[in-house]
Design a binder for this molecule. Structure first.
Ligand code: F6P
Length: 546
């Protein structure tokens, strides 16, 4: 069954939220805290080793009541059921959306077109396990009998960002294998990676759901040539290349041995695929057990999302907050600031999830929406980001709801550093909320013996308005399991946003036009004649070729 088709702006809750916004838009968070001693507790969710404090958001109990009513009116419960049960909710491609089945329990049943997909999922998991174990232990070797030292993941988009982000995030748990990523069609990327590698000890994993992506096939072809030019024979490809795809026929054409082929399924979207064999590089880097723990964490978050009342449901609450800011406050962007260097690729990874999924302007009727949809997502780890763009967050004109992700324990256990890191973590959300008044600024300057004239001049520049919304995630420790839960949490937030905005979150037609034009323009570059283009493109092509 398809998802229901409800324009959120026609709901009673939306109208009430519009009124409520007019009444409360200027309320300062500071006042909300001073008038309610229970506020922090009221707006905090605790689940497993997660504490989610969303009390520093511009909401009252009435706001959450109305947002929850909106979720009811757009039939979110029904949508969640269809999502988990494998209904073809990716309507424009006629597919189910079942990345959740990849981390389901062995005893679960998930039907796609009447067939239970779980046995097949577990068969592939067993294959990932035996393949990665053999490579890591040195039982499988390269063509000269030496154990593997390096792995190169060749893929782009969801076939790169997820494995690259997680490999970095779980670096602490890594084994001896060095994992590299080649994604860009820019030849300098692949040649730079190959520069330091030994073909005798390098394993190449080609990841492409479709096995038709220009970037990935170009890089795979270049790498295969490099391998053959540097000592490898055609027959050695079987030992050094593995592939993950739905397109097994194309993999065969490329010459990859059947035992190194990992299938995936069209009911897994590229940007949600790291849980499948697309995560092979992750399992190679940190071992199968850690990879599986990540899946367990994600599965626990799935259960939470599927079964918890909306008011206590972390992904639902996060999505509702996002709708509140995006559609009522007009906030275009959201930031994610992890206070751990391990998550340095986290927002780049989530950008694809959020922006490829909900960057849509057609509703489920094929009509242009009249409300805002997908938010722009960005971020960098703290404390680095504090010294880069926090100025704008504190004193700029834009409203940027921000997620702060921090851990109670650091992985290397350096208490001194961790206390400093976390002091910054807490200080930033407090400063963003409270700001600094003119009186405080004046007082501080007086204490520095600055003249009255100078104080008068300086005060406006040193005031912080505050009232900047943040949500704080305090998690015990960065483990494969908690990372799995964190990623799944954001996946479900994306889903809920899409349900409310009434868009199709699981296709990505918007990426096609550029691909089509690039194919045509490549001919213009390679042939002597340039076909017809607009004046600017024509001029640029002529200049490039000259
Ligand atoms: O960017 C469009 C897209 O289709 C993504 O959704 C996908 O993750 C990426 O290209 C790579 O596709 P494939 O895995 O088929 O090579």
């Amino acid at each position: 069954m398809p998802l229901q088709n409800i324009d959120p702006t026609t709901t009673i809750a939306w109208k009430k939220l519009t009124e409520h916004f007019k009444e409360t838009r200027h309320t300062h968070l500071k006042n909300l805290f001073s008038s309610d001693a229970q506020r922090a507790e009221t707006f905090t969710l605790r689940w497993n080793d997660f504490l989610v404090d969303y009390s520093k958001n511009r909401i009252t109990s009435k706001t959450t009541r109305l947002l929850l009513a909106l979720a009811q009116e757009v039939q979110l419960k029904d949508a969640i059921q269809k999502y988990f049960e494998g209904d073809a909710i990716n309507e424009t491609e006629g597919r189910a959306v079942l990345h959740t089945a990849l981390r389901a329990k062995k005893t679960d049943t998930v039907l796609v077109n009447g067939a239970n997909v779980i046995p097949e999922v577990y068969k592939v998991k067993e294959h990932i396990k035996s393949f990665t174990k053999a490579i890591i232990s040195g039982e499988s070797t390269g063509y000269t009998g030496k154990p593997f030292t390096d792995v190169v993941n060749i893929g782009i988009g969801g076939s790169d960002l997820g494995p690259a982000m997680v490999t970095e995030a779980l670096k602490f748990y890594k084994n001896h294998l060095n994992v590299h990523f080649v994604s860009n069609v820019d030849g300098d990327h692949v040649h730079e990676v190959l520069k330091g590698l030994n073909p005798e000890t390098t394993l190449f994993v080609i990841v492409s759901k479709t096995f038709t992506t220009q970037e990935t096939l170009s890089n795979a072809t270049t790498i295969k040539k490099w391998f053959l030019d540097n000592g490898g024979e055609q027959t050695d490809i079987a030992k050094h290349f593995a592939a993950v795809s739905t397109n097994t026929a194309k993999i065969k054409e490329f010459g990859i041995s059947a035992k190194n082929v990992f299938p995936m399924w069209d009911w897994v979207g590229g940007r949600f695929s790291l849980w499948s064999a697309v995560g092979l590089s992750i399992a190679l880097a940190v071992g199968y057990e850690n990879f599986d723990s990540m899946l367990v964490g994600a599965n626990e978050m799935d259960e939470h999302f599927k079964t918890t009342d909306f008011k206590d449901n972390i992904p639902v609450v996060l999505a509702l907050l996002s709708v509140w800011y995006n559609n009522f406050y007009g906030a275009d962007t959201e930031a994610i600031i992890p206070y751990t260097q391990y998550l340095s690729r986290f927002s780049a990874y989530l950008q694809q999830g959020f922006m490829e999924s909900n960057g849509k302007s057609m509703d489920r009727n094929g009509h242009r929406v009249e409300h805002e949809t997908g938010t722009i997502l960005w971020g960098e780890p703290g404390t680095n980001s504090q010294h880069a763009f926090f100025q704008l967050m504190h004193q700029g004109t834009k409203l940027i709801p921000t997620d702060f992700i921090g851990y109670k324990e650091s992985l290397h256990g350096d208490k001194d550093h961790h206390n400093k890191l976390m002091a910054n973590f807490f200080a930033q959300t407090e400063a963003l909320m409270n700001g600094k008044t003119a009186e405080t600024v004046e007082q501080e300057l007086l204490e520095k013996n600055i003249s009255q004239d100078e104080i008068k001049k300086l005060v406006p520049f040193k005031i912080f308005e505050g009232n900047k919304p943040t949500t704080t995630f305090l998690i015990d420790k960065l483990t494969p399991k908690s990372l799995g839960a964190l990623i799944a949490m954001y996946e479900h937030k994306i889903f809920v946003q899409g349900v409310i905005w009434n868009v199709f979150s699981f296709d990505q037609w918007g990426v096609e036009l550029g691909k089509q034009l690039a194919t045509a323009i490549l001919k213009d570059i390679e042939n002597s004649e340039i076909t017809d283009h607009d004046g600017s493109t024509l001029q640029l092509l002529q200049y490039f070729k000259s």
